[in-house]
Design a protein around this ligand. Structure first.
Ligand code: ATP
Length: 277
């Protein structure tokens, strides 16, 4: 899917009146099948940009076009159909805790199903081999029948990503896919996402806090700061100076990834010592 933003501004409905919009005057063109990483300090507007592209938030001014259509001018039924071709993976995937992993992964297919078929699939997983294959690519095949609430944070995040492989989408919008993964899993997950998107010809826009991963894996990097595009360049042209300017006053975000949540064994609280007198 082709993406275009022209002079797009976006403001969250709950934003305080008088505050600066989360995104301002954005100009962005992404060709069908392209792979783009969006980087920038916390609060830059990365998640808002994905929400805008996912038609979850309308532009307050300016234009969004997906495959040449303005989604917000389409009749409701057509907008719904278009949304079925978009896959938005939030940073924390909304997985029902008591659901089996197989069902959670197959839910990626729901936009392609009718109401009856979707309801049925919640009780009788219809394509277990496809779920197995998607999970296997994220090294999670052994969790196929596990309950979601028995997974670690990193495993849940990878289940959320495995959904993309089953989604009938041509635009993948992935928000900080690596935030809960250790460095090895992070590289594996990003490789899987990039190659799966390429196999399907899907356009991929991912936000990333790990600048080194973005530069090493994505051909094109968009730097976002204070709701505007600071640069939009091939990865090879993003040098230290640009990164330093992008992350000025946020150097800690540039210099090291957040601590990993992957496979962290919860530390038992210290025993409560009661002193009786
Ligand atoms: N639901 C909301 N209601 C009001 N304002 C919001 C909402 N979500 C985000 N914002 C504001 O929009 C701006 C951009 O936020 P956004 O979440 O897009 O940034 P981000 O670059 O994804 O940050 P992070 O890296 O910390 O996730 C921030 O100023 C934020 O406070």
């Amino acid at each position: 899917m082709k993406v275009a933003l022209q002079a797009a501004t976006a403001r969250h409905p709950a934003a305080r009146p008088g505050t600066t919009p989360a995104l301002r005057g954005l100009e962005l063109q992404v060709a069908a099948g392209e792979q783009v990483a969006v980087i920038g300090p916390s609060g830059a507007g990365k998640t808002t940009l994905l929400q805008l592209l996912a038609c979850a938030l309308p532009p307050s001014t300016g234009v969004l076009q997906l495959d040449g259509q303005s989604p917000w001018h389409l009749p409701r039924a057509e907008l719904q159909r278009l949304r079925g071709r978009l896959f938005l993976a939030p940073q924390v995937p909304p997985l029902p805790p008591r659901q089996r992993v197989v069902t959670a992964v197959l839910a990626g297919r729901l936009p392609a199903m009718g109401t009856w078929q979707s309801l049925r699939s919640l009780f009788y997983p219809v394509d277990i081999p496809a779920a197995f294959e998607a999970l296997d690519r994220f090294d999670l095949a052994d969790k196929l029948f596990e309950r979601v609430d028995r997974l670690s944070g990193g495993e849940r995040q990878r289940v959320g990503l495995a959904r993309a492989l089953l989604a009938p989408a041509t635009l993948w919008l992935i928000d900080e896919p690596l935030s809960a993964l250790d460095p090895t899993r992070a590289r594996q997950a990003i490789d899987t996402l990039l190659s799966a998107a390429r196999e399907r010809g899907a356009t991929l826009v991912a936000t990333l806090h790990q600048v080194d991963v973005a530069l090493a894996h994505f051909p094109r990097i968009v730097g976002l700061r204070d709701g505007t595009i600071a640069f939009d360049l091939p990865a090879a042209q993003v040098g230290r100076e640009r990164l330093a300017a992008l992350y000025a006053q946020h150097e800690h975000e540039l210099n090291g990834p957040a601590p990993s949540l992957e496979d962290v064994t919860p530390v038992a609280p210290p025993p409560v010592v009661m002193h009786c007198r």
